[in-house]
Write a protein that binds this ligand. Structure first.
Ligand SMILES: NC(=O)c1ccc[n+]([C@@H]2O[C@H](COP(=O)([O-])OP(=O)(O)OC[C@H]3O[C@@H](n4cnc5c(N)ncnc54)[C@H](OP(=O)(O)O)[C@@H]3O)[C@@H](O)[C@H]2O)c1
Length: 269
């Protein structure tokens, strides 16, 4: 079998999103792309979802691999990818540090650690990458092309990865929690649930587009909708009384701390 250009190891949520983005963006061709998945039912689904892609149980001969399995399975998956020929490896696993990834990969393999997020499913992801010691500029450009298939990519030092996890990595969950609460609030104040659901979804889409497209800070955009003595000011007072700002900060700090301990590092001070 001829070596595939790129194999995604782990055909779960993140692996499937990446594989689909790679194909849709033309970064890889289906016949040069593989997805490795241990679960037989999931393999059958992947063959249907990603036509033309090579779906296997074991890693096929390949030049490069994206490791998209749960953190506990990462070192086994990297070893299997390198044994199959991979000379470039990207890991998207939360918390697993470059020295661990590089020890599993062995000498001469370029390793890049990445932290994507679930908007990658709709090619609106935000991924931060950090280079291992043997990753060259060429390797990083390659990693940016691969992960750029599902959204934006920034380079950071590895020391920033726990913070990245706390913001963009886990951040979609914080926003979805607020969306859930707003829909429930809509029902409480008398809206049918489907109407509340429609309002809140578009609230997020519209607000995200405004934030992304505006040169103004989030604080200025918030001030723009806060008339003196008005309805929004009344709502914001309650959010501040309930310390929502502090809760968001504490949540992000807890997330960063969990990211540290997930990788086997001690909790910080
Ligand atoms: N989802 C997110 O928001 C997100 C964000 C950033 C980073 N990540 C990272 O992305 C990685 C994958 O997350 P996910 O949510 O996509 O997980 P997931 O849905 O559980 O997908 C992982 C898949 O890989 C399979 N697998 C396990 N070991 C394997 C191996 N050696 N070879 C091939 N397949 C194997 C698993 O099968 P079994 O279930 O049978 O073990 C599972 O189907 C994690 O490391 C996570 O930290 C996820």
């Amino acid at each position: 079998m001829q070596a595939l250009e790129l194999v995604v190891v782990g055909g779960g949520k993140m692996g499937t999103a990446l594989a689909r983005g790679l194909l849709d963006s033309g970064v890889t061709r289906p016949e040069a792309t593989g997805v490795v998945e241990v679960a037989p039912g999931r393999r059958a689904a992947l063959e249907h979802e990603l036509p033309g892609v090579v779906v296997t149980e074991a890693v096929p001969p390949c030049a490069a691999a994206v490791i998209a399995v749960k953190p506990a399975d990462v070192t086994v998956a990297i070893r299997a990818a390198v044994e199959a020929g991979a000379r470039r490896v990207i890991s998207v696993a939360a918390g697993i540090m470059l020295d661990v990834l590089e020890a599993a990969a062995g000498d001469g393999v370029a390793v890049v650690r990445a932290m994507p997020n679930t908007p990658a499913l709709v090619r609106q992801g935000m991924t931060a990458i950090a280079a291992g010691v043997s990753a060259t500029e060429d390797d990083l450009v390659w990693a940016e092309a691969v992960l750029g298939a599902v959204g934006h990519v920034v380079r950071v030092p590895e020391s920033a990865m726990d913070a990245v996890t706390a913001l963009s990595g886990s951040g979609p969950a914080y926003l979805f929690l607020i969306a859930e609460a707003l829909i429930d609030a809509g029902v409480l104040v008398g809206l049918p649930r489907p109407v509340a659901d429609t309002l809140v979804r578009q609230l997020f889409v519209g607000s995200a587009a405004l934030l992304a497209g505006s040169p103004e800070s989030p604080a200025a955009l918030r001030a723009d909708v806060t008339s003196p003595g008005g309805t929004t000011a009344a709502a914001l007072r309650v959010l501040e009384q309930r310390a929502v700002r502090g809760a968001v900060i504490d949540a992000a700090v807890a997330c960063a701390e969990r990211s540290r301990t997930l990788g086997g590092r001690p909790a910080s001070g």
